[in-house]
Design a binder for this molecule. Structure first.
Ligand code: ADP
Ligand code: MG
Length: 619
């Protein structure tokens, strides 16, 4: 018998470990830049040659290393970031395994130059495949500079498997962005083959995104902010027109680390619902701040997946937060986005059954909330934690409405019919002015009727009234147009221009006196009287957005679609606080409409509470 087991020498062990940590040049860039961030640098330069195959150089102005540490940092499991196992549950640095430098130096030629603030001289160390060739003092500014050359020089199989420079560089570019989108307070430059690709000054998160994506992105970002006792969510989402055909601009970060998480991705994209075409991907930059104890830290350094303890609750919070951000934006341009008050999730428990969140809404309206749900449950934000299986809900609702003729629909809703009779003064055929009405939550109108009271969803009611009005405009009686003193020139995207040209007659009937002027430009001479105050370009764009979405999701006629889309966008706009007189005339108009209890998009408009039911509830 002979012993056959031997412990591998460090350089071979490191080479094997390197295979896991360093897969391509981009992995080196990621590890080195993360170390610079951990070292407290405020300025980091990244210099790349030949997609990193020839040179990767990272210079920072961070804390630097002592003479001893400059040698020790290349040892495996050498780290300054954790000292004991408990530290693992309170990590605030990017690295902690002490593996990256040991791996890099095992498979490349490396030069390190580093100096601490209080040291007179810096240290230069040259290594080739884990073997230290030279260590000398050097003069330099405070900070650290790593030069990595000839990557995989001793692992030809790896080197041969590297992809083209274009592909390898695109990986570097992406790793760079994943760090730059988080550390907006750090200045970065990125050079590739002597060309300056990015020069990013320290700035706010929004400005960092704009600096990377270009100025045109500035107007397209909607802020997102939500604090809860499990997770703080912040960041930006792109307006619908910022949605991309390719999955590119979707960034989710947890405690400043980029992650991929398909469940949370679903929470975000399903919140966008139908406002972006099914073929497009929403843009988002979402940042989670979470107690490190609530996530699994023992993740592999190259993996971007993370495990959370409260995934379902976070899904609900995320989904509701994004819906709300979209809802606020959809109300039009008058909202001060910087001052949106977040939903109060302070009652979210750490464990157990979620309790009802206290919701403070500024606008009181979320257009996506009730489309697919008949009633609002007290656990609404959390009952939606299960990803919905598809977006055919809308179509079904619409079909069912189409199937009901108006008369039958009214008859099927007996209580509404009774309330309606009570509200309308039958003798004179006019509306009873004595009706007691008031508004609550900015969303509902409560009106007393003889047998109890009726609660009306203001926006859904508005949508119903407007829809029927617009159908009439499109079929028989065009709506009057209010002439503009100064005609406006409007410019649209080529796709929208085509649709407008196709809808010119219908838009005229709706009160838009609009004519084509060539080159995707239109002259607007008049608008519907009740929209005189509004931004016409925006109104038409919103109308088209909804129209386009309906083209994809609903099989309805052009006329129906247009009336439907216009009613929705105007309904949303006009959903302000109403005077008593306005409420009364709204109720009057609603009950004079053909289907007073359901909006054209299938939302419930009113619920009647009978006195007898109230008495029963209290007994
Ligand atoms: P980890 O980041 O997991 O600690 P690394 O192998 O990446 O492991 O780095 C080892 C150690 O080297 C770090 O813990 C840190 O103390 C030191 N170090 C690496 N890069 C820098 C840098 N740019 N500035 C200062 N110290 C650094
Ligand atoms: Mg590290």
């Amino acid at each position: 018998m002979s012993d056959i087991i031997s412990v591998l020498p460090d350089n071979i062990a490191n080479q094997i470990a390197a295979g896991e940590v360093i897969q391509r040049p981009a992995s080196v860039v990621k590890e080195l830049v993360e170390n610079s961030v951990d070292a407290g640098a405020t300025h980091i330069d990244i210099i790349i040659k030949d997609a990193g195959k020839t040179l990767i150089q990272i210079n920072d102005n961070g804390c630097g290393m002592s003479e001893t540490d400059a040698r020790l940092c290349f040892e495996r499991h050498a780290t300054s970031k954790i000292k004991c196992a408990d530290d693992l549950f309170n990590l605030h640095t990017k690295g902690f395994r002490g593996e990256a430098l040991a791996s890099i130096v095992a498979i490349a030629h490396v030069q390190l130059r580093t100096r601490q603030a209080n040291a007179e001289l810096g240290t230069s160390v040259i290594l080739e495949g884990s073997i230290c060739k030279e260590q000398t003092p050097c003069t330099m500014e405070q900070g650290t500079s790593f030069l990595v050359k000839n990557l995989f020089f001793n692992v030809p199989a790896r080197r041969n498997f590297l992809k083209s420079d274009n592909i390898e560089y695109s990986h570097i570019h992406e790793e760079f962005l994943r760090i730059a989108y988080v550390h907006h307070e750090i200045a970065f430059t990125l050079y590739h083959n002597d060309k300056l690709v990015y020069n990013l000054p320290p700035t706010t998160l929004k400005q960092r995104i704009v600096n990377i994506l270009g100025n045109s992105s500035k107007e397209r970002l909607i802020p997102v902010i939500q604090a809860t006792n499990i997770v703080n969510v912040s960041g930006f989402i792109g307006k619908p027109e910022f949605a991309k055909k390719t999955r590119g601009l979707q960034y989710l970060f947890v405690n400043n680390r980029f992650i991929k998480h398909s469940y949370f991705h679903h929470a975000i994209s399903s919140a966008f619902g139908e406002i972006i075409p099914a073929t497009h991907f929403p843009t988002y930059f979402i940042y989670f701040e979470i107690d490190p104890k609530l996530i699994d830290v023992n993740i592999h350094p190259t993996k971007t997946e993370i495990k959370f303890q409260d995934e379902k609750i976070i899904y609900g919070i995320l989904n509701a937060t994004i819906k709300r951000a979209i809802g606020s934006f959809n109300l039009g341009g008058s909202i001060d986005f910087e001052n949106i008050s977040p939903i109060d999730f302070s009652t979210v428990p750490q464990k157990g059954i979620p309790q009802e969140p206290l919701i403070t809404t500024q606008s009181g309206y979320n257009p996506f909330h009730s489309q697919k749900q008949k009633t609002t449950s007290r656990y609404d934000h959390f009952s939606s934690v299960k990803p919905s299986t598809g977006d055919d809900g809308w179509e079904k609702i619409y079909e069912s409405i189409q199937e009901n003729t108006p008369a039958e629909a009214i008859a099927s809703n007996e209580t509404t019919q009774t309330a309606m009779n009570e509200i309308l003064n039958e003798d004179e055929g006019t509306f009873n002015e004595q009706l007691a009405v008031f508004q609550t939550l900015q969303k509902y109108i409560i009106a007393r009727v003889k047998s109890g009271f009726i609660v009306i969803n203001k926006e859904a009611a508005m949508e119903r009234i407007l829809y029927e009005r617009y159908i009439r405009c499109l079929s028989e009686k065009p709506q009057n147009s209010q002439k503009l003193i100064f005609p406006e020139t409007l410019k649209f995207s080529p796709q929208d221009s085509d649709i407008i040209n196709d809808l010119l007659k219908e838009l005229n009937n709706l009160g838009f006196d609009i004519e084509p002027f060539g080159n995707n430009t239109f002259i607007l001479n008049g608008v519907p009287a009740d929209l005189l105050e509004d931004n016409a370009q925006e109104t038409i764009e919103q109308l088209l957005e909804s129209y386009k979405n309906n083209l994809i999701s609903l099989k309805i006629s052009k006329k129906n679609n247009l009336a439907h889309s216009f009613a929705r966008s105007v309904g949303k706009k006009k959903n302000k606080c109403l005077s008593e007189e306005e409420m009364q005339s709204l109720i009057g108009e609603l009950f004079a409409s053909e289907v007073p209890h359901t909006s054209p998009s299938g939302k419930k408009i009113c619920i009647t509470f009978k006195e007898i039911d109230l008495i029963r509830m209290f007994s």
